[in-house]
Ligand binder design. Structure first.
Ligand code: NCD
Length: 308
């Protein structure tokens, strides 16, 4: 793996190895604190981010490396009209590995064709978000003990939500995973994912319009924010933004060991009252994101704790 652009760039075996390494990092943090000494990670964020950018930066720091970068297009030369390709070519001379987020689908892919330095897609428009997927897989593995034999409900903005698109692709490779898609008609999963992933691989899935009708079946409930920034008009956003709100009442019919996930940021699709429920896993999920990014950076840079 030279670059990580799409979750399918990783084989199931590579994912297993990354999750194993991330688990070991949690257990033996001291073993890893200098493995990336003198290495630099550049975070090029042309779109807002809290968790992804800061967890990447914290990850590199905890490995003993350094970070540089920018956190908005306005504070980079993109504001002067520089192309992504030019920016990346230049930064490749300053850093050993690059994590990049961009509002345009395919921008990290285009960047990866220009340079030898490994490029990680940290989210491209409504398309993919492979490192969130690694975070999600790590959460599922640690909370449920397995990545197969699960019924996973995905709720909210399934049309524009890149975390959903990437997680579906990755989970489609495990045995006996059933997908339940919960969204308003206007925000349903894009047809290309239904065809290319579900139908092509004979995966069991259904689409429903309420949470209540499926709540008791779910092992995992993946909540998402309605992606305001991808809407063409404000009125549609306002009409759809509160389509689904998970609250204590809806939790009453859920399994005792349901795992509630959310890539965050939350707007109001999960009531804060649910936060104290032991089934709420979303803050743990954000923390796992740091460890799995540590594992990813090490793997892409080809460093290991044993050499030290
Ligand atoms: C997600 C994203 O950027 O796609 N956030 C994240 O990386 N944790 C989800 C979102 O913005 O709704």
């Amino acid at each position: 793996m030279k670059h990580l652009i799409d979750p399918m760039d990783l084989s199931v075996e590579e994912i297993d190895q990354l999750l194993e390494l991330a688990d070991d990092i949690i257990l033996h943090k001291e073993k890893y604190q200098e493995v990336c000494k003198h290495k630099k990670l550049a975070t090029l964020f042309f779109e807002p981010s809290t968790r992804t950018r800061l967890s990447f930066e914290a990850a590199m720091m905890e490995l003993g490396g350094n970070v540089l970068g920018f956190s908005s297009a306005d504070s980079s030369s993109a504001a002067k009209g520089e192309t992504v390709s030019d920016t990346v070519r230049v930064v490749a001379g300053y850093a050993d590995i690059i994590a990049m987020r961009h509002p345009k689908e395919g921008a990290p892919y285009v960047a990866s064709r220009k340079v030898d330095v490994p490029i990680i897609n940290a989210g491209d428009g409504g398309h993919n978000h492979p490192t969130q997927t690694l975070t999600d897989l790590m959460t599922i593995k640690r909370e449920k003990g397995r990545l197969d034999n699960l019924t996973i409900g995905m709720c909210g903005d399934l049309k524009f939500g890149r975390t959903v698109h990437s997680l579906i692709k990755a989970m489609s490779r495990y045995e006996n995973v059933t997908f339940v898609m919960i969204s308003p008609e206007e925000l349903r999963l894009p047809e290309y994912i239904i065809k290319d992933v579900f139908e092509r691989n004979n995966i069991t899935y259904k689409e429903v319009r309420t949470m209540e009708e499926v709540m008791p079946e779910l092992d995992i409930l993946y909540m998402t924010r309605v992606q305001k920034e991808r809407f063409f008009n404000e009125a549609d956003y306002v009409r759809l933004k509160d389509s689904f709100i998970l609250d204590e009442k809806k939790m009453e019919t859920a399994k005792e060991d349901l795992c509630i996930m959310h890539p965050l940021p939350r707007v109001n699709e999960i009531s804060t009252k649910v936060d104290d429920d032991p089934r709420a896993c979303y803050f743990k999920q954000a923390l796992y994101g740091k460890y799995v990014r540590m594992a990813l950076i090490m793997t892409m840079l080809g460093v290991s704790a044993d050499e030290n």
